[in-house]
Design a protein around this ligand. Structure first.
Ligand SMILES: [Zn+2]
Length: 345
């Protein structure tokens, strides 16, 4: 059995822990609920018990190299403390890393969850063998992470990759970050729902109004299903979404000139509904993209895993900018967390 590390995804609702070999093979995965309401010490105990259980089990046959903990929030990389986390109230100013290291007697690395997901996709997912890449996670908001030379680019103090708060509309919708017109106000699941609500309020979208009143869980997914069924209003929302996402990506491509941009998060599964408009904006707004676009960019995101990988390898050898869908789903962060545990510096 090989040497291994442990990756932890410490979310607001789930606590997931995986033992992963140095070569990227999943040895075992455990899912627990994060009982945030029971307090920090309860969550810490559960997490450390589960890590110890897994490490003890696999230590019989290989060395335990350390643990990486992916956390939603702003992490102080130097002190190993959480500066701010909306999902984990009561954790700020608590020496998380030092406390876990003390309990485990092993090296522990804390990482922002979006950065961990980016590294996971780079190590074992859509960008395997692509050293320079970025992940844009399209969920309730927009998360982001940049990997350069196979390592997360943290910026000065761990705050790099805030793609969701790049301004797309100077006088646009107010954002939770204090700015107006941020990307995540236009190209996230919440933005899709807002656009639908606006169309309903204007009285111009009776089909959406009907769906919203009959579906208790009316959300981005229901709007996507309507788009698939040919609903013109729902389709228009995804075209608008694609435009804004294309504008955001055009900026990233111009600035970073990376080999690959991977779209993850729940909304990325609506690829077929937004990608044509996204690529149209990219071509129009980014000279770097226009100069490096593959012949058939839509293919890279809509093919099966094997075919998609082959198409991407082909494009990479020709130095093309690839924009594609993530492959690992919610496991990306777990794999990435396991990976940071064994990287140095
Ligand atoms: Zn913002």
């Amino acid at each position: 059995m090989p040497d291994f590390s442990i990756g932890v995804d410490l979310g607001g609702t789930n606590l997931r822990i995986a033992a992963v070999s140095g070569g990227g093979q999943l040895l075992e995965k455990v899912t627990l609920g994060t009982k945030v309401v029971l307090g920090r010490d309860h969550v810490m105990n559960e997490m450390c018990d589960a890590i110890q259980h897994l490490s003890g089990k696999y230590e019989a046959t290989g060395s335990f190299l350390g643990a990486g903990i992916g956390i939603p929030g702003i992490i102080d990389m130097q002190t190993g403390m959480l500066r701010k986390s909306a999902n984990l109230p009561g954790w700020a100013d608590y020496p998380v890393r030092a406390e876990i290291e003390r309990r485990l007697g092993a090296r522990v690395v804390l990482e922002n969850d979006a950065n961990a997901a980016a590294l996971g996709e780079q190590w074992l997912g859509a960008a395997r063998d692509v050293p320079n890449m970025a992940v844009v996670t399209l969920g309730t908001g927009i998360g982001g992470g940049i990997v350069l030379g196979g390592k997360i680019w943290h910026g000065m103090n761990g705050m790099a990759g805030e793609f969701g708060h790049v301004t797309l509309e100077p006088e646009g919708h107010p954002c939770g970050c204090g700015n107006r017109g941020c990307g995540e106000q236009y190209a996230s699941a919440s933005a899709i729902v807002r656009m639908a609500r606006e169309a309903i309020a204007s009285g111009a979208a009776p089909s959406l109004a009907k769906a919203a009143s009959s579906d208790a869980e009316f959300g981005a997914k229901s709007i996507y299903n309507l788009a698939l069924q040919g609903d013109e209003h729902a389709q228009r929302i995804f075209r608008t979404f694609g435009r804004y996402l294309g504008i955001l990506l055009a900026g990233l491509v111009n600035v970073l000139n990376l080999d690959m941009y991977v779209l993850g998060g729940g909304v990325s599964s609506a690829w077929d509904a937004f990608a044509p408009n996204m690529f149209e904006e990219l071509r129009e707004r980014s000279l770097v993209y226009a100069a490096t676009a593959p012949t058939d960019p839509l293919r890279s995101g809509s093919l099966g895993k094997e075919e998609g990988a082959a198409a991407q390898t082909e494009s990479r050898s020709q130095r093309k900018t690839i924009i594609t869908r993530a492959l690992l789903g919610s496991d990306a962060g777990l794999y990435g967390a396991a990976r940071v545990a064994v990287q140095t510096g």
